[in-house]
Design a protein around this ligand. Sequence first.
Ligand SMILES: Nc1ncnc2c1ncn2[C@@H]1O[C@H](COP(=O)(O)OP(=O)(O)OP(=O)(O)O)[C@@H](O)[C@H]1O
Length: 366
Amino acid sequence: MAADSASLSPESLSAVADSELDTLFSSFAGRPAVLLAVSGGPDSTALLHLAVRWRARYPGGPRLFAATVDHGLRPAAAEEAADVARLAAQLKVPHRTLRWQGEKPDRGLQEAAREARYKLLAAEARRVGAPVLALAHTRDDQAETVLFRMARGSGLAGLAGMSAETARSGLTLLRPFLDLPKARLVATLDAAGIAYASDPSNVDARFARPRLRVLAPALEREGLDARGLARLARRLARADSALEAVTDRVEAELVTVEKSHAAIAAAPFAALPEEIALRLLGRCVAAQGREGPVELAKLEVLLAALLAALALPAAPFRRTLAGASVTVRRGRVLVSTAPPRRPIGTIATNSSAQKAPVLGKTGPRT
Ligand SMILES: Nc1ncnc2c1ncn2[C@@H]1O[C@H](COP(=O)(O)OP(=O)(O)OP(=O)(O)O)[C@@H](O)[C@H]1O
C-alpha cells in the first residue's frame, strides 16, 4: 500500500536498524547465492540496500545478484532500471536489466507482465547460479493480497496470503519483508539518502489493487489495518497447513491410484469433515484432470452433489470438472481423466476459471 496510507505509529516510521538484519535475512543464511528482484521502487531498493548491509557482516555469506525487469510499458522504466544498475554498481552487486520482448495483451496486462517478469527473473537466477529469488513484498502488500482475495471469494488457502518462502519450479522464492511495514523501508532509504522511483501503475484506478489501496485509510480507521490483516493471514496459513497435513494422511489411507483412475473408498470419504473431503476430492480432480487449479466454488458444488449421491444407496453418479470425470462404482469414488470436451481444431483459451479462487495443493493460491 502507498506510504501515505500506511499507519503513522512510531513503529512504522523508524528506519531498519543493524540489530534487526539477522532476523530479517535469516532465510538467506546458508544459501550459495541470491538474486534480488529490484524494480527501483522503494521496497525493492531497500531490499538491495539492506541485503548488502546484512551481507557485509558475513564474509562467507551468499553471493548477491540483482536484476530489474523493464516491461517496455512506461517510458520512464528504462531510466529507472539504469538508476538501479548505478546503485547496484556502487554497492558492488552484479546487476542486469531484463527486457520483456513478448506480445503485450490489452486485457490482463498486469497479470501477463507479472508472469513474464517471473519467467525472466527465474531464467536470470538460473544463469547466475542462484537457487533463490528474493522479492520485496511488505506487510502492506500482504494485507492488500488478503483484501483482494477476500473480494474474490477465496478460500482458506488464498486468504493465508503470500508465504515467506515458496518453492516454484526448482526455484525458492523468499520474501524477507513480509512482516515489515512499507513505511519503515521508506524511512530506511530516506535515512541512508538513497533515491527510489514511484510506479504510476500503483495508483492507476484501472487496476483492482490500487483501487483497494485507496480504501486502506478508511478500513484502517475501522481497525482493519495492515498489521491485523497480515496477522489474519499468518493464522490462516497455520490452519491451512494443518488441514493439508491431515489431508495428506487421509489421502494415504483412502486413495488408491490405479492405471486409469484414482479411487477413493466411498464410505469413509462420506464420513470425513467436509473441508478434508473437499481437499481430497480437489487433489484427485487436479491430478486426473490435468487442467491446472480447480475452481473452489465448482469443487464445492461437485462435492455437495457427490455427498448427496453417496447418501442414497446405488444412486448413479457421473460429473466432470476441470478435465476430470467423477463416478461412483461399487463403494468407490472413481476420478479419471475426462474425454476432451472441445471439438478438434478449437483453441483452448486461458479461461477465467484459472483465475478464480482455488484450493490448497490443487494449484497456486489465489
Ligand atoms: N520490474 C521489476 N523488476 C524486478 N523486480 C520486480 C519488478 N517489479 C516487481 N518486482 C519484484 O516483485 C516484488 C513485488 O512487486 P509488486 O508488488 O509490484 O508486484 P506484484 O505484481 O503485485 O507482485 P506479485 O507478482 O507477487 O503479485 C517487488 O518488491 C520486487 O521485488
